[in-house]
Write a protein that binds this ligand. Structure first.
Ligand code: GTP
Ligand code: MG
Length: 242
């Protein structure tokens, strides 16, 4: 499968080089697109150096921090227009192990899946070095979203994924309402509700060892409000999302 790996970055200077190496080693035939939002710590310049040395690495620079969701939507549009079969979402902070990717892409093919999620909350999945509070928020948030959205996905907030490109057709800024982290929940839900096959593959998620998190309480609150709104709208029959 012709695969495009998309890695959005914001202030990941300490981890970008090793992540690019690990991705290229795990998936030597895939292309890698780094989308940097003008990171003040120089991540974009480091990414440019890596791209000069490797024709399979490309960097897209955006002038300001426009959010994870909008970075991915731009990457998806590129994957569609350039005829890739599969698209990968992966964080640049070392939390997702690129060594899982061959298995995840293989699952996409063998199980005829449209989305394979690297999941922390299925049997065999785990989270390493997270305080219990963060664990509890992720677990209960996922349980709530699954119930509210009548989904069968256990890790809807996961950011480690492989999509079949065809599952992303028609998704753009006019359709996808979330731009922050809730983007991942919305996309998983949209893909599942379109009748696509979603498979969860257990992964060990490792807390970032360097750099700073962009996560804050407002993100969790925003996701709760949106998920609740979608769930209510769905129960009122106002949001078929097909
Ligand atoms: N281009 C771009 N990338 C972003 C933006 N916000 C976050 N990212 C990247 O998206 C990925 C996930 O962000 P993280 O801060 O690690 O968020 P997280 O994994 O939910 O939180 P942590 O557990 O704290 O790591 C990382 O590679 C970030 O650099 C953004 O606005 N633009
Ligand atoms: Mg992270």
């Amino acid at each position: 499968m012709r695969t495009l790996i998309i890695m959005p970055t914001y202030n990941e200077a300490q981890s970008i080089s090793s992540m690019v190496d690990r991705v290229r080693l795990a998936m030597p035939d895939a292309d890698l697109l780094i989308i940097d939002d003008g990171s003040p710590d120089g991540t974009g310049a480091l990414a440019d150096e890596l791209a000069v040395a490797d024709p399979q690495v490309t960097v897209q620079h955006r002038l300001e921090k426009l959010g994870l969701g909008s970075a991915y939507l731009q990457g998806f549009a590129r994957a569609i227009s350039q005829g890739y079969d599969a698209v990968v979402e992966i964080d640049a902070d070392g939390s997702h192990d690129p060594a899982e990717l061959p298995t995840m892409v293989d699952l996409l093919e063998r199980r005829s899946a449209d989305l394979v999620i690297g999941s922390r909350w299925v049997e065999g999945g785990s989270v390493i070095n997270w305080p219990w509070v963060r664990r509890a928020i992720s677990r209960s948030g996922n349980r709530y979203a699954r119930w509210m959205l009548r989904s069968s996905i256990r890790d809807m907030t996961a950011g480690f994924r492989v999509y079949r490109t065809t599952a992303l057709h028609g998704l753009d800024r006019a359709v996808v309402s979330s731009q922050g982290y809730c983007f991942q929940v919305e996309l998983a839900w949209r893909v599942e509700r379109s009748g696509a096959t979603v498979v969860e593959h257990p992964i060990a998620f490792v807390e970032r060892a360097s750099g700073t998190s962009k996560m804050h309480a407002g993100i969790v609150v925003e996701a709760l409000i949106r998920v609740t709104g979608w769930g209510i709208a769905m129960r009122l029959g106002r949001m078929p999302m097909r």
